[in-house]
Write a protein that binds this ligand. Structure first.
Ligand code: NAP
Length: 247
């Protein structure tokens, strides 16, 4: 299917590696122009080089208060066709073990960063464009020792619903995407980086394997594309069946 991405412009945040990069790669492969943002690193340079001549990189720490403005300033005047709103994942931990400061940092990193990106870039979106917010299966089911994600991601799921209503009259769609266990650097770290740890995670997934970043990126690219032009306010799991609930 032609997703209709040729020449369209997308911003993808937290995109030097992992899910963000995989989405930028899927968008670029279909002819889109992508602006990727992440902290300056060799990974960002490599990501930019691999995305082809129409890609642009914005070196930025997304937790900086003015990060979203830095991204907006780096864009030209042409309107955007969509944004993958992705941020670095919060630190692992149990709810009663985080200090107040750690809760505040997690809120800054996950919730406020997401809000700032959307608030700053919303005026730059063309009619028919969309935001796709990277959330997690924790929107529906908690994951052991990921308390900050369990607490904060469901709030962002409701932000998706809230903004889908608010921005629909402007012709802007807002959706969420819920990765289950996708084989990125972060996920490998969370499994403990051992064969036993990986096997235990895979055993709980009906498809009995982690998803690949490419499998995530292609679904994300579809949801961001004009091919999904009547899809807004939904949360789409990409999880090999991990979430047992249909809701
Ligand atoms: N992988 C999964 O299965 C899964 C499941 C559920 C939820 N998620 C969530 O999805 C998001 C992406 O996860 P991932 O697995 O792709 O992680 P990853 O492999 O660790 O990649 C994270 C990306 O975010 C960038 N990043 C991190 N902190 C940043 C910051 N402060 N400023 C700018 N860029 C930053 C990293 O680049 P630099 O560090 O070089 O800046 C990198 O490009 C996270 O929020 C994670 O919690 C992932």
């Amino acid at each position: 299917m032609d997703l209709g991405l040729e020449g369209r412009r997308y911003v993808v945040t937290a995109a030097s590696r992992g899910l963000g990069y995989a989405t930028a790669a899927a968008l670029s492969a279909d002819g889109a122009h992508t602006v990727i943002a992440a902290r300056p690193s060799a990974s960002l340079d490599e990501a930019l080089a691999s995305l082809g001549p129409h890609a642009q990189a914005v070196p930025v720490d997304l937790t900086d208060v003015d990060a979203a403005e830095q991204i907006a300033d780096a864009l030209g005047a042409a309107p955007l066709d969509g944004v993958l709103v992705n941020v670095g994942g919060p630190a692992a931990g149990r709810a009663l073990d985080y200090t107040d400061l750690q809760w505040q940092q997690a809120f800054e990193q996950v919730t406020l960063t997401t809000l700032r990106i959307i608030r700053t870039l919303a005026p730059r979106l063309a009619e028919g464009a969309s935001f796709l917010v990277v959330l997690s299966s924790t929107v529906k089911e908690p994951i052991d020792v990921l308390a900050a994600s369990n607490v904060l991601r469901p709030g962002l799921a409701m932000l998706v619903k809230d903004l889908a209503n608010e921005l629909a009259p402007r012709g802007i769609r807002v959706n969420g995407i819920l990765p289950g266990k996708i084989a990125t650097d972060r996920m490998i770290t969370l499994t403990g980086g051992t064969q036993e740890g990986l096997a235990a995670v895979e055993a709980d997934i009906p498809m009995k394997r982690l998803g690949s970043p490419k499998e995530f990126g292609e679904v994300a690219a579809f949801l961001l594309s004009p091919a999904a032009s009547y899809v807004t306010g939904v949360l789409v799991p990409v999880d090999g069946g991990l979430l047992r609930s249909p809701w």
